[in-house]
Design a protein around this ligand. Structure first.
Ligand code: NAP
Length: 528
């Protein structure tokens, strides 16, 4: 059995998470003064974090009423002022990053390196939409119905109040990353972060207020979906949901009944293809970065690895060696490679998937066991081979530090097997030949595909859309799509001098002949 390097168990919370800070964050929840309280446990130790007020359905209704009132003023706030607030938020996130890292580690159990990626992500997102929103949203002249006579303009209006429902796995990225473009587009936001990681989301809200966002424009409620989900849906003008495919289907159904738009960022079973001409050392490093960030609790992480038969032996040896050397543990510094799972349900799923595979004949090349000696929710980074279709791990999302390695003979077989899933979120292709890698990438059924990178190249390309095909979701975040979805397009067409109907002095028949001639001229002139 593989053993990984470990560090001693950490007890207690970092000093930056003072009672005063935690109380200030709790006070940011939209809830009644005498609200019931809920307390999440720190994954590293199982000990309680801060008590947060629980929002009732009435509190959520109240949040929407206030958001709707605040949104009208916010939408009228000049874009330059919105941009200044967002850039101040950017600076504050970087200046206070250690506080954010401590919070994310305490609530989610991830390593400091993984948490730092979220800080980077939010800085990039805030800067991008601060600097680009004006250009993306400004009124745009469109070709008119009749050249020279129709002046047509496309306007973009905010939807109104956007509901954002965000999960626990990337508590800062998922909480603030989707709110930033909604706010820049002039919307108000009512958000329900997952209770496990609500403090991090509230921290982002707190900083946005410090940056100058007016009261009421962005609000957070805390509670179970089963208790306040109806109010979050019934009052929304647009729904931004990130979570499992099963929950996404229910959200899509309810949004459909209300005829509101929804963006759904859902699950995946992401594939990596190592072609026969790949740089094996780099691909092995890449596979470690692809499979184990945030203990595999990353929607774009890799769970299926297809390796060309010609390089399989060398690649597997290099990958397994690196995996066994990973340092697992709990520490509020940069010394650790793999952190804890976040909740018992994740640990149960990971354990069940690996145990089922092993019972049915899979071989464990690294990891394969929980590590209660490190903390209640640790599981070793695990590499499996000899995985067959009857095993759950073959085609079900594990959302943990578990990857299955499969050999392939021909590139066509690799593409077909990578695509043999209802999901289509992210993929990765490795080749020394960039053009070959990109050609294979274009044939993989996934919303983002990285060549010679795991996920960060596509995710970090904030100017390009990111999201899932098939069961991995609907809609996109990032780029123009990531902000335009939060707007209602409106076409204003101003007809001058002459319209489509004939003037009184021209008979309808003559008019038809004239228009037919005009249409022929437009085509001959090469107009689109
Ligand atoms: P989940 O069960 O769907 O829950 C996600 C969050 O949504 C929870 O906070 C949950 O709150 C809330 N929620 C679910 N249904 C709701 C409803 N009808 N109304 C209001 N809130 C509702 O997902 P999970 O298992 O916790 O999260 C992991 C999944 O998220 C994985 O499948 C992962 O791939 C996916 N994910 C996707 C992306 C992406 O960008 N594509 C990113 C991150 C994660 P309650 O628990 O309180 O109900």
């Amino acid at each position: 059995m593989a053993t990984a390097h470990t560090t001693p168990r950490t007890s207690g919370l970092p000093a930056s998470l003072t009672p005063a800070l935690l109380a200030r964050l709790a006070a940011r929840v939209t809830a009644a003064a005498d609200a019931a309280r809920v307390t999440a446990n720190a994954p590293y130790t199982g000990t309680p974090l801060a008590a947060l007020p629980v929002s009732t359905p009435a509190d959520v209704e109240d949040a929407f009423t206030r958001a709707r009132a605040a949104q009208a003023t916010w939408a009228a706030t000049p874009m330059g002022e919105r941009k200044r607030i967002m850039l101040r938020f950017h600076d504050l996130v970087l200046a206070r990053r250690d506080e954010a890292l401590d919070l994310m580690q305490a609530e989610n159990g991830k390593t400091r390196r993984d948490a730092f990626l979220e800080v980077t992500d939010i800085a990039i997102t805030a800067r991008y939409y601060a600097r680009n929103a004006a250009g993306l949203l400004r009124p745009k002249r469109r070709r008119g119905a009749i050249p020279l006579l129709t002046r047509t303009t496309e306007l973009r209006h905010p939807k109104g109040v956007v509901t954002v429902i965000s999960p626990w796995n990337y508590p800062l990225s998922m909480a603030a990353g989707d709110a930033v473009p909604a706010l820049m587009a002039g919307n108000a936001v009512v958000q329900k972060p997952d209770t496990q990681t609500a403090l991090t989301a509230l921290w982002a809200l707190d900083l946005m207020h410090e940056a100058g966002l007016p009261t009421g424009v962005w609000q957070m409620v805390v509670g179970r979906g089963s208790s306040i989900g109806d109010q979050l849906m019934d009052n929304a003008d647009y729904m931004m949901f990130t979570g499992s495919t099963a929950s996404g289907r229910r959200i899509a159904r309810d949004a459909g009944m209300r005829l509101i738009g929804a963006s759904l960022e859902l699950g995946g079973k992401n594939a990596m293809i190592v072609l026969d001409d790949a740089d094996i050392e780099k691909a092995a490093d890449g596979a470690v970065n692809a499979c184990f960030p945030s203990a595999g609790q990353l929607c774009v992480s890799i769970e299926r690895l297809y390796v060309a038969e010609a390089v399989r032996e060398r690649f597997v040896a290099a990958f397994v060696e690196r995996t066994k050397k990973l340092k697992i543990g709990a520490a509020y510094d940069y010394s650790i490679d793999v952190g804890s799972l976040t909740n018992q349900s994740q640990l149960d799923t990971v354990t069940a998937h690996v145990d089922d595979a092993v019972a049915k004949g899979a071989t464990v090349l690294a990891g394969g066991r929980a590590r209660p000696d490190l903390g209640p929710l640790f599981y070793e980074p695990t590499v499996l081979t000899d995985v067959t279709p009857d095993m759950t791990v073959y085609d079900h999302e594990t959302f943990g530090p578990v990857v299955s390695v499969y050999p392939f003979r021909h590139v066509e077989e690799a593409i077909a097997r990578a695509n043999a899933t209802p999901y289509g979120l992210n993929a990765s292709v490795w080749s020394r030949d960039g053009a070959r890698g990109r050609a294979v990438a274009a044939r993989v059924h996934a919303g983002t595909v990285n060549v010679n990178e795991a996920f960060a190249a596509a995710w970090g390309s904030i100017d390009a859309p990111m999201g899932g095909m098939g069961d991995s979701g609907l809609g996109r975040r990032h780029g123009a799509d990531g902000i335009l979805k939060y707007t209602e397009p409106q076409t204003v067409a101003h007809q001058r001098i002459q319209g489509f109907y004939p003037p009184a002095s021209v008979s309808p028949e003559t008019w038809a002949t004239l228009l037919t001639g005009a249409l022929r001229i437009l085509k001959a002139a090469g107009l689109r």
